[in-house]
Ligand binder design. Sequence first.
Ligand code: FEO
Length: 394
Amino acid sequence: MKARQIKTNVYWVGAIDWDRRLFDELIPLPDGTSYNSYLIEGSTKTALIDTVDPTMGDELINHLNQLGVDNIDYVIANHAEQDHAGSIPQVLVKYPDAKVVTTPKGQDMLVALLLIPEDRFITVSDGETLSLGDKTLEFIHAPWVHWPETMLTYLREDKILFPCDFLGSHLATTDLYVRDGGQIYEAAKRYYAEIMMPFQTNIQKNLEKIKDYAIDIIAPSHGPMHDRPEFILKAYHSWAFDEPKNIVVLPYISMHGSTQKMVEYFVGALADRGVTVKQFNLAATDIGKLAMALVDAATMVIGTPTVLLGPHPNVAYAALLANALKPKLQFVSIIGSYGWGSKAVEQLTGMIPNLKVEVLDTVISKGFPKEADFKALDNLASTIAEKHKESGFA
Ligand code: FEO
């Protein structure tokens, strides 16, 4: 892939990572990703916005060589995480006069993470501008999308917003711009769920902060650019601001069929009452799909057998993940089974302190579920349907 022109003297110079399947050794990347870097050549100065993952630094350098870039004045570091900042040291070696432009917190983090010398930095305050001659960069501090040091860069004359991770998506594609809205909606929602959802209040504030900017193109540092910015802005607005929906997310696991039988019965009982259920067998679940389902759900019901008196470890993992992602859930319950004794309910509820939820009655069966257990599951389904109605979610 060659460098690609976006506007006069504005180029995409990033790298597409078709093969990456895991991020942070945690997050599945079913469709790969890209690390987008952008070159802006003004009449007097040249700036590079974000770099690429250090594994692909040579691709960035090749693009700069193809374009004959013999000088870079500023490397704009919107975000210090290594998938964007990791090739800054390589760029600074090639362009020894370049300065790194970032927030004060960004400088601290880049010094700590990448050992960049302090005299290579220029720090910028919120709203500060930097002239490249006939092009002007404006820096918008946007903390917690998704680290504390993050900022966005706005190219005034071309009306391009460079938001780094914010509004991005993990997707490897040869399309410079979004061309398959359905595919991008899915990828961007997955990205929001895994990366941005824990900072929902900050997302809301930052969406408000950029709402009056005239934006023709959103150029994130993962995934294709948006030449119809309202598509992604509207989606983010909905994920961050909307009330939860009439949805139950049901992550579960079953070892010998008892919890499985309860889950099957319970899903039917909820469906009969008009509640949408998203069921995830944790033995084979893509946790990104589970995270996406949590964006909109009003209730999570966890299904677990008992292992050594506690929840199944895979279920404990899902509970800890939900706690970390801090979705808009309002209600939680637990269903499951045990053989001779269980502390699964106490242990699971102790794992979700971040979730500001009402814990509903639980249904735990001794062995295979019996009539009384099925009746209790019917009652729980009725309670959930009523709670959703009372709360205006149904
Ligand atoms: Fe794409 Fe937070 O790095």
